[in-house]
Every structure is written in structure tokens, then in C-alpha cells.
Write a protein that binds this ligand. Structure first.
Ligand code: KIV
Length: 289
């Protein structure tokens, strides 16, 4: 089944959970498509996972387009959302619409995601008016890391919790068709999910959300340095990759690889003829004209 804005919204009404993962490359996207994942997010987390920055702030629209276009070539049924990176929408509504347009035209995304609640409603309205579906993102919004003073759970006191609910309602009213809730206490995320008619996609927000998203390197266990509390490792690919790299290194050095079955054959006579020909060439004769 092809996933669209309509089917994702219908899933909420039917009580079916939505699966979403980040993805940044063609090969991984092919696997996610085959696995039946509902939606892929080209997250600006690619700044950290793919580019090695310490946060998402340096990521550009061109970076997102590059990865989004690669992923788009793998997809048939999976819905594709592209993140709007820091400063691609905050400064003006015009910037927001133009950059959202680039993510659709050049990145081949089907929707864009931007961070913020009531403060970005003008941008959401304008992008939606240009017929571009918008996913909002509230709670812990990593582009505001300097304002937040670190990666922290959001909405833990009464005022903040109420503000989050109001932000969620504001982005829905502005026209967002889905909203990401990041690092929000489970009961608050459940309450918000029940109050909204659009689907909520949680990351560190518990089971009461209408769907879940994870950064794929986290859920595959490709990072061993640290594991956020909300991440579940569904595989230990990082360890498997490291072991494979070590085995390759050892086999190259011991000449166990490549073995006979990896080689291409040639008629022995051709080799013998070439060797004879080469020996007869004058050692001083230059092969460069
Ligand atoms: O950039 C990203 O990967 C995200 C998810 C964590 C929701 O925004």
C-alpha cells in the first residue's frame, strides 16, 4: 500500500500505529521500503550521523536535498519527509516557502518537517498554502539547543506542559498534517495525541503517540558511545560491521582474501605470450611516447 498524507491520517483514525525511521542513503532506503516502514524522515540529524557535526545547526538545505534525492530513488510506497534545517525557515515566511519548495522539487520529498509551535505557525500556513504538506515538531527541538541549554526532556512542569499542548493545537490549526513529539513525558504525549485529530509521531514520548520515529543508526546499534534512554537497539549492526572490517583487514594482510573463487580467469597462453614479448623489449625503450 502506498503511504500518503491521507493514509497516514487514516491510520490514526483506525488506531493503527505509524512506523517512521530516519534515513539518509539509497541502500538503506531500499531495505526500509522492503521492510514496509510507513514513512522515512531525512532528518537534519544527518549533520551528526552522516557528517560528524556535534549538533544539527550547520546542516544546509543543499545537504538535505542531496540525501533526500538519493533516498527518493529507492522509494515506491514509503512516504518521504524532509527536514527543514536551521535558518531555512526561521527568518521569514518567504524563506520558508522557497526552501520547502526546493525540498519538494529538488529533493523529491512529499512533505517537509519544521521545528517549533505557535512561533512558526505563519510559516506552516504559508507552506501549506503552497500545497506542501507539513509535519510539525515540538517538545525537544534540537535546532534550539542553545536556547534550551542542552538536550532535555520538555514539558515537565504545569506551565511547560500546557504550553506544549497549546503548541500542538496551534500547529494543527495552522495546517500541519502530522506532528513529532520529541522527549515529552509519556502521559503528556498521550494527552496531546488524544486531543489532536492529526497523528503524533513520538521519539522519547511513549506508546500513546500515533506512531514512532527513531534515528536508524541508534536503533541498529551502530553507535556504541552512548544510548539515549528512549532508544531501543533492535540489532547490533555496529559490532557486526566492526567485526567484518577487522576480518577483512586480517584476510587482506594474510592473503586469505581474495581467494580462488573471487578471481577472474584468463587463457594461460596469453599470459605466457605477453611475458615472452615483454622480455624481448629493450630495457631502455621508453613506453611513454
Ligand atoms: O532530525 C531528526 O532525525 C529528527 C528526529 C529525531 C525526529 O528530527
Amino acid at each position: 500500500m502506498k503511504n500518503t498524507v491521507t493514509t497516514l491520517q487514516q491510520m490514526k483514525r483506525d488506531g493503527q500505529k505509524i512506523s517512521m525511521l530516519t534515513c539518509y542513503d539509497y541502500t538503506t532506503a531500499c531495505l526500509m521500503e522492503e521492510a514496509g516502514i510507513n514513512a522515512i524522515l531525512i532528518g537534519d540529524s544527518l549533520g551528526m550521523t552522516m557528517m560528524g557535526y556535534s549538533d544539527t545547526l550547520p546542516v544546509t538545505v543543499d545537504d538535505i536535498i542531496h540525501h533526500c534525492a538519493s533516498v527518493s530513488r529507492a522509494l515506491k510506497n514509503t512516504f518521504l519527509v524532509a527536514d527543514m534545517p536551521f535558518m531555512s525557515y526561521q527568518a521569514s515566511v518567504v524563506d520558508a516557502v522557497k526552501n520547502a519548495g526546493r525540498l519538494i522539487k529538488e529533493g523529491h520529498a512529499q512533505a517537509v518537517k519544521l521545528e517549533g509551535g505557535a512561533s512558526v505557525c505563519e510559516q506552516i500556513k504559508a507552506i501549506v498554502k503552497a500545497d506542501i504538506p507539513v509535519v510539525a515538531h515540538i517538545g525537544l527541538t534540537p535546532q534550539s539547543i542553545n536556547a534550551f541549554g542542552g538536550f532535555k526532556v520538555q514539558g515537565k512542569n504545569y506551565d511547560r506542559a500546557l504550553q506544549l499542548l497549546r503548541d500542538a493545537k496551534a500547529v494543527e490549526e495552522a495546517g500541519a498534517f502530522m506532528v513529532t513529539l520529541e522527549c515529552v513525558p509519556e502521559k503528556l504525549a498521550t494527552l496531546i495525541s488524544n486531543e489532536l485529530s492529526i497523528p503524533t509521531i513520538g521519539i522519547g514520548a511513549g506508546n500513546g503517540c500515533d506512531g514512532q520515529v527513531l534515528v536508524y543508526q541508534d536503533m541498529l546499534g551502530m553507535f556504541t558511545g552512548f544510548k539515549p534512554k528512549f532508544v531501543k537497539r533492535f540489532a547490533n549492526i555496529g559490532e557486526d560491521m566492526k567485526n567484518a572490517f577487522k576480518a577483512y583487514d586480517a584476510e587482506v594482510k594474510s592473503m586469505a582474501f581474495p581467494a580462488e573463487e573471487h578471481n577472474f580467469a584468463i587463457d594461460e597462453k596469453i599470459i605466457a605470450d605477453i611475458e615472452r614479448e615483454e622480455l624481448s623489449v629493450d630495457a631502455d625503450e621508453s613506453l611513454c611516447s
